[in-house]
Write a protein that binds this ligand. Structure first.
Ligand code: PHE
Length: 370
């Protein structure tokens, strides 16, 4: 953990060990140039606590890129709860309250929301201790799970990428393999099926894949065949690090566009994909729909129509990135990063409009919890 923290280029990290559950809570605030940090709270079992910290640090950096890529007034941050095993309800609730306490302690520097392994109900629990929470249930004043908005953005990215590679954004008869059918993969599969695509689904939980496949007439691919099954589009919508030295040589697709954060295990993977002629839509561009929706609906006072229009613009943004990447002969992710860095640099120099910060709903802690 010392090594990880030393090598990280971020702002601050909170590390907490929970004695009752033996869980670790990591909150990583990567960059606050554009505004207060915001990013989801992931809960899962890791082999080692340090794997949870590594995930938090990388995910927080990814959020910095995501907010900069859409030029929203937020910084990069993420929380990871590394549990030793799935917890029973009471222990889980206590742990989430602890997460809320730690976020409150940060005084508005970081706001959380859902991510892999957490739900709107979990956000309600965290909200008992802090106001800096996105995505509570509608009954509790939130806008619920942003997964379907993320899926809409990925859908737009898939279309834009297909337009490049196949000359048409039409998805009729295009084969798309969706890896992971959780809160983003599921609505994505439905949209793809509606658009006439031939959908293949794969999930670490085979039952989940089978149930969904039955409903939308998709084909089930076993998890170990997710990389070498031929398809036009591969959409990773589960864990990160799936594009690596082992998977890239196996891939039988022309396009990669999905919602998983940190799809590239290492930087080199982008170059290998370029060499193989596979178009990779940068994850932090393709998957920004959830962030757009949560910020738009819960802080910026946008209507659902405004959010939808902005999420669909992910397709156009990706199109520009792909154009410029080609012109500069770099990978799309290199180009997307260059653009994000430009937004950050302009903000640091103060040449950009003053970043609007949170509305009265979030920000400094005023209530001290309940
Ligand atoms: N966890 C999601 C993401 O990575 C959604 C989210 C965005 C949650 C912003 C909180 C804040 O984009």
């Amino acid at each position: 953990m010392e090594e990880l923290l030393r090598a990280w280029d971020g702002d601050s990290t909170v590390v907490h060990h929970d004695a009752d559950t033996d869980a670790w809570i990591f909150i990583a605030v990567h960059d606050r140039t554009l505004g207060r940090a915001a990013g989801g709270c992931r809960m899962r079992v890791y082999d080692e606590p340090s794997d949870g910290l590594r995930d938090a640090l990388r995910l927080a950096r990814g959020m910095t890129m995501k907010w900069a890529a859409i030029d929203f007034p937020f910084g990069g941050g993420k929380a990871v709860v590394a549990v030793p095993r799935p917890l029973e309800a009471a222990a889980r609730e206590r742990l989430l309250l602890r997460v809320g306490d730690l976020i409150a302690l940060l005084g508005g520097a970081y706001a959380t929301g859902e991510d892999m392994g957490t739900t709107p109900a979990d956000m309600n629990v965290i909200a008992r201790r802090t106001r800096n929470v996105f995505g509570r249930t509608p009954e509790s004043g939130g806008t619920g799970d942003p997964g379907h908005w993320t899926a809409l953005g990925v859908f737009a990215a898939v279309r834009a990428a297909c337009e490049r590679v196949f000359g048409t954004a039409e998805l009729a008869d295009r084969s798309v393999l969706v890896q992971g059918v959780g809160s983003v993969g599921r609505p994505l599969v439905r949209r793809l099926a509606q658009a006439g695509a031939r959908v293949l689904v794969s999930d670490a939980l085979p039952d989940r894949a089978r149930t969904l496949a039955g409903k939308v007439d998709a084909e089930v691919v076993p998890p170990e065949r997710a990389y070498d099954t031929a398809c036009d589009v591969f959409a990773p919508c589960a864990v990160g690090g799936v594009l690596n030295a082992r998977s890239v040589p196996q891939l039988e697709c022309r396009v990669i566009a999905g919602s998983a954060n940190n799809q590239l295990e290492t930087e080199e993977a982008a170059a290998w994909l370029l060499e193989r002629g596979i178009l990779y839509a940068p994850d932090f561009v393709a998957n920004a729909g959830g962030a757009i929706a949560l910020a738009g609906l819960e802080v910026l006072d946008w209507s659902e129509e405004q959010v939808e229009a902005r999420v669909l613009r992910i397709g156009e943004t990706l199109g520009h990135i792909l154009d410029d990447a080609e012109r500069r002969a770099v990978s799309p992710v290199t180009e997307a990063r260059r653009r994000a860095e430009q937004v950050l640099a302009a903000a640091r120099k103060g040449t950009r409009d003053g970043a609007a910060v949170y509305s009265g709903r979030m920000g400094e802690e005023t209530t001290g919890g309940s």
